[in-house]
Structures are given as structure tokens and as C-alpha cells.
Design a protein around this ligand. Sequence first.
Ligand code: NAG
Length: 393
Amino acid sequence: MGNILSTTLKYSSISAAALVGIYACFLGLIANNFFQAHAVYLHAIQMTWFKDLNVPEIFGFLHNQVTPFSIKSSDGESLYAWHILPPELYRKNEEKLLAEPAGFVQDITSRLAFRLLQDDPDAVLILHFHGAGGTVGSGYRTPNYRALSAGRPEKIHVLTFDYRGFGYSTGSPSEQGMLLDGLAVVDWATRVAGIPPERILIFSQSMGTAVASAIINHFALESPATIFAGTVFVAAFVDVPTLVATYRIAGTIPILGPLAKFPIAFRYLSTFIRDKWLTGDRLAGYVKVNEAAGRKYRLTFIHAQDDYDIPWTHTPTTFHRAVNATVPRGITFEDLEAEKDIIKRDLGEAGTVVEWRTETGVLREEILKYGLHDVIMGNPIVTLAVMRMLDSK
Ligand SMILES: *[C@@H]1O[C@H](CO)[C@@H](O)[C@H](O)[C@H]1NC(C)=O
């Protein structure tokens, strides 16, 4: 008996030591750039394997409703993109669209779909910044495009693209590179398609919210500044170091959670994180510069409480960073939460909505009870978020 017990103890201490060792190796791996890039961006996980993105019918679109083409970044990468026509505009031009050849297009400006976007003075263009992993065609992204156009089915076009290293795009992802990708897409929208920023909206989800906030901040700080009609963030996170502390593989296994209890060790490890994506800082900067200049701006944050990829609590944290920047002397997170308890609309099973208005800015926070990490993208609240921005004074 005693023997068995001591043997068991011996083995359990060996396995505990082994676990600590494995975790240490894992932390070592995390400090490695190549591993980090794959863990953060998941670009190797295409989800649309064996499906040809140049055949959009496979993903549930009408014949020639989608024009596959590519956009060049300033540093020479080729970004694979889809221009998606809204359904009623498609119907009105169906015969002519059906007569055009299908598949990848070298010169998009030669296409009817492009001219329908370029020539309509009321057309709206949504620039779509998708999340980590997959391609323009994966998962809940396709119902998401439909939800975005649904409010004005003759007017709202969607431009979606794969960042460098994703899908058919060249290169490999990094914060610096993906910023250039975002700039290239905006440049295409404003200069090639000739759409003024008042008719451009930005939709982003998950990883894409980090890219989108960097892009809107970049254009707000330029002189002259460019301010888009509005930006929608679904499942945002405040920054990567905070995200890795709260991220759980498949919603159950915390990755760096154990380490987050040791702030010094955690801060040390954080210094190895290459791409930090400081969304909180960028949005604070964006709001501040718009408030100072008295410019109209619209931000909507949407998150579902049952999101187990990015905990929903990231959205109140991110929202606070933006709202705090509207208050000259700042407002603490706790004070804002108390204020929100007063102004919050409780929609029962649909969740809660907070709208924070300044003279020129509208910041909305919508916390849903249901919607997971990506099912939420096809929800009509996405359609309404777009319509509110288009109608807002
Ligand atoms: C909130 O705003 C104040 C004033 O601008 C600033 O000093 C403070 O650092 C901000 N807090 C956060 C969490 O961003």
C-alpha cells in the first residue's frame, strides 16, 4: 500500500513537473514570431479549401453578382477581393450582368457592376474587414454581406478582401503589412471607384476590428482628415496583450490566463508579442481628434454575451476607451458603468443598448445575449447598425 502511494506521488509530481515544462516550452513558442503570426492570424486555416473563390456561386451568390478581382498594396502585395452587388440592383441589371463573362477579372473598371457603383451618386460602399482565419468566402461572412446590403438593396455595395497571406492574397500577415492592406482598399474605394468618404462605411469583426480602428485613426490624423460615414465593430478586443490573457482555446483552455496572475511575468512575456494591435489607444486618439475638430463621427460596437472566442467584456472596455476620450477630464470605467446603468435600454432577451452622444459623435454599444462569435454577423442588428449610420444627422 505504502509503496503504491509513494509511487503514485512520485509519478504525479513527475507529471506536474512535465506539465510545467510543457507550459514553459509553450510560452517559449509563443515568443516566436512565426508561431505568433500563425496563432494570431490563423491565415493557414482557410476553411474554404478545395472551393474556388473565383466561383462565388459555390458560396451562395447569383451569377456575376460578385466580381472577383485584386487590389495592389503600396508595397507590391496582391490582395484578393470581391465586389458584391446588392440584390435589387442586380435584378434591375440582370440581363446585362448575365451576358458578361464569369470568373476573376483583371480590369474591374471594365465591368458593369463597377460602373453601377461608380456612376450612382447615392451608392454606398461598405469596406469589409474580416476576422482571423478563413477567406472572403468562409463561414458566416457570406450571410454577413447580405445583412449589410439588406437595408438598401439597390444602393449598398460590399467590398470584401483577404489580407496578405490569407486565401489567394500574396505575402504573410503582420500588423504593419495589414495596415498597408487597409490603406490600399480605402485608396481603391476613394480613388479608383471615386466614392467620397461620406458614402463609405466600414464593417469589421474580431481581428478585423483591430485593422479597422487603425485605418480610421490613420485617416482621421491625416491632414486634410478623411472621416468615413461610420464604423461597425463586431466582437472587438481592446488589444492583443489583453486578449491573450483572456483568450481560451475552444472556450475552455486559457492560454496565458494562468500567467496573468503574475503581472511581472505577464508584462515580461507581453514584450515578446510582436503585433499588439492597440485598438483602445487608437480609438481614443480617433475620438479625441474628431471631438477637437468638431467633426461628425459614428462608431457602433456589437458583441454577444455567449461569444466564447473573444469574451464580450472586451467591448465595454473598448467602448470605455472611446467614451473616455469624449470627456475632457476623462471618466473612469466604474463611473461610466454607473452612468450606463441609467441610460441603458434593456431589450430583454435581445440584450442592452447604450448610446453616448456628443455634439458631433455617436457611440453605440449593443450587447446581445445570443449570437456567438460569428453567427451574430448575419443578424438584422447588423443591417440596422448600417441604416442608423446612413440616416443619422
Ligand atoms: C481617460 O481620459 C483621461 C483624460 O484624457 C486620461 O488621462 C486617462 O488616461 C484616460 N483613461 C483611459 C483608461 O484611457
